[in-house]
Design a protein around this ligand. Structure first.
Ligand code: CU
Length: 222
C-alpha cells in the first residue's frame, strides 16, 4: 500500500512540524508585589516583541466594561490598540461614563441598558473611567500596544502563554503605582522548554477612594 504509506508519512511530518512550532513558544510567569512584599491584584504585564516579525495582528474581540451595582466591572481591563469596547449598564438607573485621559477622551451621556455605542480605543496607554452621577465609580482600561499581556490575580500572579521564541521587552503597569512604566522595563528571552519566572516589586501610593453615597438618599440617579 504505497499510497497509504506516503499519506502516513505526510501526516507524521505535519504533526512533527506542528509540535516544533508549538514547542518554540514560551510562557512567562510574573509575580507582582508591593513595597511590603504583599501580592498585588490588577497589575498589567505587557510583553512587547523586540523582533517585530513576532507580532501577530491582534484579534479584535468583543470587549465589555460592565457597570454593576454602581461600580465598573472589572476594575481594570486590558484591550489591544484598535479595540472597540461596549459599556453595558446592568443597573436599573442611568450612568454617565466619561474619561479625560489623553489616551482617550470621551463621554457616554446618561444612558441605561445597552443603548450606548461602543467606544474605539486607538491609542496606547491608560484610560481612567469616571461617572458623572456616581463620584466613587472608578475603573481603568489599559490600551495595550502588544497582543501579549496578562493581569495579576489576587495572588499577584499573571501568566502569559504562547509567546513565540524571541527577545522581548516586559513592563508592568498598575493604576496606583508610583513611578513610570518605563522604570519597570526588563529584557527577556523566554525559555521555550519551561516557564520563565519574573518578579517585580512596585511602590504603590496610598489610594483615596470617594465613599459610596448611602442608599437612602432621595436623588433621582442614586
Ligand atoms: Cu454612575
Amino acid at each position: 500500500m504505497p499510497k497509504f504509506n506516503s499519506i502516513l508519512r505526510i501526516l507524521v511530518a505535519d504533526l512533527l512540524f506542528a509540535w516544533a512550532v508549538l514547542s518554540s513558544a514560551g510562557e512567562l510567569h510574573a509575580l507582582i508585589k508591593d513595597q511590603n512584599g504583599q501580592p498585588i491584584e490588577d497589575a498589567i504585564v505587557l510583553v512587547t516583541p523586540l523582533d517585530a516579525k513576532n507580532v501577530p495582528f491582534p484579534k479584535q474581540l468583543r470587549n465589555e466594561m460592565d457597570q454593576i451595582d454602581k461600580e465598573y466591572v472589572p476594575h481594570v481591563k486590558v484591550v489591544t490598540v484598535g479595540s472597540k469596547v461596549y459599556f453595558p449598564n446592568k443597573d436599573n438607573i442611568r450612568h454617565h461614563v466619561y474619561s479625560f485621559s489623553p489616551a482617550k477622551v470621551f463621554e457616554l451621556p446618561l444612558y441605561s441598558g445597552t443603548s450606548a455605542p461602543p467606544v474605539l480605543f486607538d491609542k496606547n496607554g491608560q484610560v481612567t473611567l469616571g461617572c458623572n452621577i456616581h463620584d466613587w465609580m472608578l475603573g481603568y482600561i489599559y490600551v495595550a500596544d502588544t497582543p501579549f499581556f496578562g493581569k495579576s490575580a489576587k495572588d499577584g500572579k499573571a501568566h502569559i502563554a504562547d509567546v513565540p521564541a524571541g527577545e522581548y521587552s516586559v513592563r508592568v503597569w498598575h493604576p496606583d503605582m508610583k513611578g513610570t512604566e518605563e522604570s519597570t522595563v526588563r529584557k527577556v528571552v523566554p525559555d521555550t522548554t519551561q516557564a520563565t519566572s519574573m518578579e517585580w516589586q512596585l511602590i504603590l501610593r496610598p489610594v483615596f477612594r470617594i465613599p459610596r453615597a448611602s442608599g437612602s438618599g432621595g436623588a433621582a440617579y442614586r
